[in-house]
Design a protein around this ligand. Structure first.
Ligand code: ADP
Length: 247
C-alpha cells in the first residue's frame, strides 16, 4: 500500500513559554487532499501549533514541511506564498473597511497607514465578488466589516483566505460561535472546497463537527499528538477518553 502523500508534516515540534511546554514534541501529518482534524482538551497546545505552522510565533525546535519542503524558518508571507492559508479564532477583519475591500486586501500587505487608500482594480473586485458570492456574502459587499455578525465575519474571512488560493487551509474553530444552520453550511463548504482539491487542517471544539467531517483526526494532549486515526478509531480510543477526562 502506498501511504498518502503528506502535504504538511510536523516533526517533533516544540515551543515553551517560560516554564510552560505548550507544544512538546508534536509529530503528525496532514495527507494531501484530506480534511484533517486536530482536537484536544483546553490548553493542549492547538492554538500554539497553528501559530507555529503559520509563523505567528517561531518554534524552539522541530521541523515543519509543506509539500516536502522545510518551512519552519520562513517568514509567514513566504509560507503563505508556498500555499498556506489560515483563519483565526477571533476574526481579524478591518472594521472600517468594506467587506469587498477586506477580501481584496487579503491579497496585499497593508500597513495601517495605507488603509482607506485602497484602489480596487476591476479584476480584483470581480475575483473578490465571486468569492463573496460563493460564501453567500455578496449582498454585503459595501457594508463595513464591523457591522457584520460574527458568523458573517467568518464567512468573509473564508472568502479572504480563498482569494490567496492556498493549497492548505488552516481553520481555527470554523464552527465556533455561529448558529446551527451556518455550522452546517460551513461543513458543506469545507467538503465542497475539499472536492475541488483544497486540503484542510481544522482545530475545533465541536466534536461532532470534527468527527463528521475530518479524517484523519489527531488528538493533542499536553503538547503532543497522543492518538491519530479515523473518527471511529478516535471515538473508541481509551487514551482519548482519558485525555478529555478532567477537561
Ligand atoms: P489550546 O489551544 O489547545 O487550548 P494553547 O496552545 O492555547 O492550547 O495553550 C497551550 C499551553 O500554553 C497552555 O498551558 C497555555 O496557557 C500556554 N500558553 C499559550 N500561549 C501562551 C503565551 N503566549 N504565554 C504563556 N503561556 C502560553
Amino acid at each position: 500500500e502506498i501511504p498518502d502523500r503528506a502535504l504538511l508534516e510536523v516533526r517533533d515540534l516544540r515551543k515553551s513559554f517560560g516554564g510552560v511546554r505548550a507544544v512538546d514534541g508534536a509529530t503528525f501529518t496532514v495527507p494531501e487532499g484530506s480534511i484533517t482534524g486536530l482536537i484536544g482538551p483546553n490548553g493542549s497546545g492547538k492554538t500554539t501549533l497553528f501559530n507555529l505552522i503559520d509563523d505567528t510565533i517561531r518554534a524552539d525546535s522541530g521541523e515543519i514541511l509543506l509539500g516536502g519542503k522545510r518551512i519552519e524558518t520562513l517568514p509567514s508571507w513566504k509560507r503563505a506564498h508556498q500555499g498556506l492559508g489560515r483563519t483565526f479564532q477571533i476574526t481579524r477583519l478591518f472594521g472600517e473597511m468594506t467587506v469587498l475591500e477586506n477580501v481584496v486586501a487579503a491579497q496585499r500587505s497593508f500597513s495601517l497607514g495605507q488603509l482607506g487608500k485602497i484602489a480596487v482594480s476591476g479584476a480584483e473586485a470581480r475575483a473578490a465578488e465571486e468569492l463573496l458570492e460563493y460564501v453567500g456574502m455578496r449582498a454585503f459587499r459595501d457594508q463595513r466589516a464591523h457591522a457584520l455578525s460574527y458568523g458573517q465575519q467568518k464567512l468573509v474571512e473564508l472568502a479572504q483566505i480563498l482569494m490567496l488560493d492556498p493549497q492548505l487551509i488552516l481553520l481555527d474553530e470554523p464552527a465556533g460561535g455561529i448558529n446551527p444552520v451556518l455550522i452546517e453550511r460551513m461543513g458543506e463548504m469545507i467538503e465542497e472546497l475539499n472536492s475541488y482539491g483544497k486540503t484542510f487542517l481544522i482545530v475545533e471544539h465541536n466534536m461532532q463537527f470534527v468527527l463528521n467531517l475530518c479524517d484523519p483526526v489527531h488528538v493533542l494532549a499536553r503538547g503532543r499528538a497522543i492518538a491519530s486515526g479515523t473518527p471511529d478509531q478516535i471515538r473508541n480510543d481509551p487514551a482519548v477518553i482519558d485525555a478529555y477526562l478532567g477537561d
